[in-house]
Write a protein that binds this ligand. Structure first.
Ligand code: 13P
Length: 231
């Protein structure tokens, strides 16, 4: 199981540092890498062996005139080689189109980054039925090289994000089966209200290769308890 923590706009520089130290020491016996995505302002050159620290977003350029953005040159200073792309909050709130998401993907692939690529549908689409769901999700894979060896995909139904209500195991299984028809190599994570209470049943779904966790990842001890509970 792959575990990834997306802090979103939570934690400070100081609390991120403490979190990373705590999780690093708790996770000494965990075999798979654990990904942590703090806010950009908290990024540092953390000395970690078990954790991989990545960014939630960056601009697809080495450097240049992109006011307010951070490029590869700034990430290199902290040895960051991992990025989240396509999160629904960036698509919906920040207005990132599939075209710009695909452009970002191509750029960071070219730079050799590990990419956790996110996709997921709003409730209205799911309610329209299977055909609409498939069309919507597959459109979010347009322009994405699914054979990229450093790709991890995360399926995050928007209606399950931050709501406390996870998708049912049947929904997760069915959607992962659908996605795995085209995502044949990359690991496929589930995200959306994954927490200590439901991690075991999510981890037991054979089509789930890991989880991308928001709220329940914010406490290092709670996040580690999820990792333990999944085993
Ligand atoms: P929650 O775990 O808070 O639902 O967030 C999921 C998510 O969006 C992770 O990227």
């Amino acid at each position: 199981m792959i575990f990834a923590a997306n802090f979103k706009t939570n934690h400070t520089r100081a609390s991120t540092k403490a979190y990373i130290q705590t999780l690093e020491s708790l996770a000494q016996k965990v075999e798979n890498p654990i990904y942590v995505f703090p806010p950009l302002s908290a990024i540092d050159d953390f000395a970690t062996s078990k954790l991989v620290v990545g960014v939630q977003n960056a601009y697809p350029a080495r450097n240049g005139a992109f006011t307010g953005e951070v490029g590869v040159e700034q990430l290199e200073e902290f040895a960051i080689k991992t990025i989240l792309i396509g999160h629904s909050e960036r698509r919906e709130i920040l207005g990132e189109s599939q075209e710009s998401v695909a452009k970002k993907f191509a750029f960071f692939k070219e730079q050799g980054f590990t990419i956790i690529y996110c996709l997921g549908e709003p409730l209205e689409v799911r309610q329209e039925g299977q055909e609409a769901l498939q069309e919507y999700l597959f459109a979010q894979l347009e322009g994405i090289d699914l054979s990229y060896e450093k790709l991890i995909v995360a399926y995050e139904p928007i209606w399950a994000i931050g709501t406390g209500v996870s998708a049912t195991t049947a929904d997760i299984r069915a959607t992962h089966q659908l996605l795995k028809k085209v995502i044949t190599q990359a690991p496929l994570l589930y995200g959306g209200s994954a927490k200590l209470d439901n991690i075991k049943e999510i981890a037991d779904i054979s089509e789930v290769d890991g989880v991308l966790v928001g709220s329940a990842s914010l406490d290092a001890h709670n996040f580690f308890a999820m990792i333990e509970a999944s085993r």
